[in-house]
Design a protein around this ligand. Structure first.
Ligand SMILES: [Mg+2]
Length: 287
């Protein structure tokens, strides 16, 4: 997808005169912040950011052809990336896992829709599997079922279309990319390796490893440390969950891209800087 195409599908609010100018240390980027429409219109000196933030979204093709390894450290830019529903289609994988469970255990007719709804309602897996085994005691121990899930899901998840290509482009122009995700280490790391994403990002921070879950500030601090970013304002957060990804990151000063999957933003107060329906479009907003 070209930058111009991406710009067409990314929703941005109308410009306003109420701009606040921010200066990021080290002279990497200066930011025009529209405090009314909650969007950023950066006029950055940074070569990797400037084309992205041009008003028309256009970027000369030759400027995008930066060979990997040719980026100096002082040209680096930073992004934290959520994993489930941002880089990989976890919902589709979950539906497959749940359908197999329903079939193998001969569960009732409402079981599949109940599992899918409950998966969305209860994000932490411990309480989720406790609820599943409370409904169907015959499934046995919740921990055993969770273990099966953690071993199976990495084989079922797929990267959203277009994401691999855009991640490569981001690294080519100097981004350091760190995945920040809630979950078990075995499950999340296996997803990263099975999909090839492990080769496309610089590092990953998993809640079980650091002992803190999103939306906690601690896991974001760990991720900023892993990405090597001293100033949160020079770092983007890309994620699908308003409450786990966008709002906490924005409150810490990061710029945010919300992968909406067609939803409308319903939270009051904090808003994402950029909204895109599709994961690849969301990532392309950083180019
Ligand atoms: Mg997510």
């Amino acid at each position: 997808m070209s930058g111009a195409q991406a710009a067409q599908v990314i929703k941005r609010g109308s410009q306003s005169a109420a701009h606040k100018r921010l200066e990021v240390p080290q002279g990497l980027v200066s930011i025009e912040e529209d405090t009314v429409n909650h969007q950023v219109m950066m006029s950055a000196d940074h070569p990797s950011i400037r084309p992205t933030l041009a008003a028309d979204g256009a970027r000369p093709a030759h400027e995008r052809r930066v060979r990997r390894g040719a980026v100096r450290d002082d040209q680096r830019v930073y992004a934290l990336l959520d994993l489930d529903e941002t880089l990989v289609d976890k919902s589709q994988a979950f539906a497959q896992w749940a359908a197999h469970l329903v079939d193998a255990q001969a569960l009732d007719a409402q079981a599949l829709s109940w599992l899918i709804d409950t998966d969305k309602a209860i994000k932490p897996r411990g309480p989720f599997f406790a609820e599943v085994t409370r409904r169907w005691p015959g499934l046995g121990n919740a921990q055993d079922l969770w273990d099966d899930y953690a071993q199976t899901m990495p084989r079922l998840v797929a990267v959203f279309p277009g994401v691999v290509g855009v991640l490569g482009e981001l690294r080519d122009v100097g981004y350091r990319l760190v995945v920040v995700t809630n979950g078990r280490r075995d499950n999340q790391e296996a997803k990263l390796r099975a999909t090839g994403l492990a080769e496309l990002v610089d590092d990953w921070i998993i809640s079980e490893v650091v002992g803190h879950r999103k939306p906690g500030a601690e896991i974001y601090a760990a991720a900023l440390g892993a990405v090597g970013c001293a100033d949160p304002r020079a770092c983007w957060m890309v994620g699908d969950d308003p409450d786990l990804d966008v709002i906490p990151a924005a409150m810490l000063g990061l710029r945010t891209v919300w992968v909406s999957h067609g939803r409308s933003w319903s939270q009051t107060g904090t808003r994402p800087d950029v909204t895109a329906d599709d994961p690849a479009q969301a990532l392309a907003a950083l180019l």
